[in-house]
Write a protein that binds this ligand. Structure first.
Ligand code: SF4
Length: 410
């Protein structure tokens, strides 16, 4: 398929409202882009990385940027993506493929046993939280991305660095304060966005092979909406399916809502703003059963569903564990209960999807379900647990970190 010449975003009257922001972006890409033959984008499917990805392809197509030999696009699929964002990502991916073989696309997923639901319901590791158990971002986003980039680097001569383009955006304050935060938990952020920038270049095996550029670092969120909602969908700017991305964040009110996106029911987010916003759109309201995921993850962390170390725990190095009676993994009953609930939620969404002719939900595939059941049948426990520990709601003598014991008061 051939594309008609696109309009130059910077010519004539069709200018973005925030011209300076776009000019800075172009300047950074013109300065650093030509130093690298191979470019790559770690793409989460959220607004910022979708913005930078479609923008640079547009800039290349209108001749404002020299085309690299290759542009590798790595789409991070956690399997827990918000359905409109997943659908938009699929369409953007198709658009990328149609542009010729200088763009290479790859869907990046964690290995089966490390995926979010398999790890929780099969291996028995409790849903993540903000305190001691934040295992998810690295495991389902950063590590698979680092592995994919490392594989791709084998086709690039050792002497060359790949230019990794990220959608990290800190707004004007970043320029003012000369500060780049790595946090990914704030409003409007995509979970993991800072981590990609911080971790990928440090990852074992690819250290020194990657140069990172964040060309929309200084963009304000309204610049992003302008691009995704107005310009990018127009044929002259590439005809990208990005309006759906903006709609997923709240349509016309997106700027005010500016929801943080990530996995559906993310146990680390205080509110489910992105999903709630999506459900207000009649086209997606059939996904309302998904509101059951967050309470399920909270419930699974309760003591009655988990094991607990009964007393003083001696670690591998011979020292005493700081928290001798720590709570641990999910019981098999809890895992089967969680599995049944997730399947019910998915079935309810898909029954409505069939009836309405809307996209189906796929957060737990037959393969993933089978693996969860297999891990349970095999009696799988996380490292350091045998399964013979008491459940965490069992009354026990109190053991202190120094080994002293306060007997249970009956
Ligand atoms: S969105 Fe939430 S659950 Fe998903 S990886 Fe990020 S912090 Fe973890």
């Amino acid at each position: 398929m051939s594309f008609r010449p696109q309009q130059d975003l910077f010519a004539g009257s069709s200018r973005l409202v925030y011209d300076d922001a776009v000019d800075l972006t172009l300047q950074s890409l013109q300065a650093y882009g030509p130093q690298h033959d191979h470019w790559a984008v770690a793409w989460s499917g959220g607004k910022d990385s979708t913005c930078v990805l479609t923008l640079i392809v547009h800039l290349i197509e209108v001749g404002r940027l020299p085309r690299p030999k290759t542009l590798s696009v790595f789409y991070a699929d956690t399997r827990q993506e918000l359905p409109p964002l997943a659908a938009a990502a699929g369409e953007v991916m198709e658009g990328l493929k149609r542009r010729g073989n200088w763009i290479r696309t790859e869907i990046v997923r964690a290995p089966l046993d490390k995926r979010f639901l398999v790890y929780i319901l099969g291996r028995g590791v409790p849903p993540p939280n903000n305190n001691t158990l934040r295992w998810c971002t690295r495991q389902i986003k950063v590590d698979p991305m680092a592995a994919a980039v490392e594989r791709a680097l084998t086709s690039v001569p050792d002497s060359q660095q790949v230019l990794m383009i990220t959608g990290v955006r800190q707004g004007e304050s970043a320029i003012r304060d000369r500060r780049i935060e790595m946090s990914c938990g704030k409003d409007g952020a995509e979970c993991g966005q800072g981590w990609y920038q911080k971790t990928l270049p440090e990852a074992k095996g690819i250290r020194g092979r990657i140069a990172t550029l964040a060309p929309i670092l200084h963009w304000r969120v309204c610049n992003v909406w302008d691009w995704l909602k107005i310009y990018a969908p127009m044929a002259d700017y590439g005809g990208w399916a990005t309006k759906v991305v903006a709609d997923a964040y709240g349509g016309d009110e997106a700027e005010e809502i500016n929801a943080r996106t990530g996995c559906i029911g993310c146990p680390l987010a205080s509110k489910e703003k992105a999903l709630e916003t999506i459900l207000l759109n009649p086209a997606w309201s059939y996904l309302s059963p998904l509101l059951g995921l967050k309470p399920l993850y909270r419930e699974l962390r309760e003591p009655k569903h988990r094991l607990r170390k009964a007393g003083a725990e001696i670690l591998k190095d011979g020292s005493m564990a700081k928290n001798p009676q720590r709570m641990g993994p999910l019981t098999f009953e809890a895992r089967l209960m969680g599995l049944a609930r997730v399947l019910e939620i998915q079935a309810a969404c898909n029954e409505a999807a069939e009836r309405l002719g809307r996209p189906r939900l796929d957060i737990l595939s037959a393969e993933e379900e089978a693996r969860i059941r297999e891990l349970i049948d095999l009696g799988t426990w996380p490292d350091g647990w045998d399964g013979d520990e008491p459940t965490a709601d069992t009354p026990l003598d109190l053991v202190f970190p120094d080994g002293s014991v306060q007997p249970l008061l009956m």
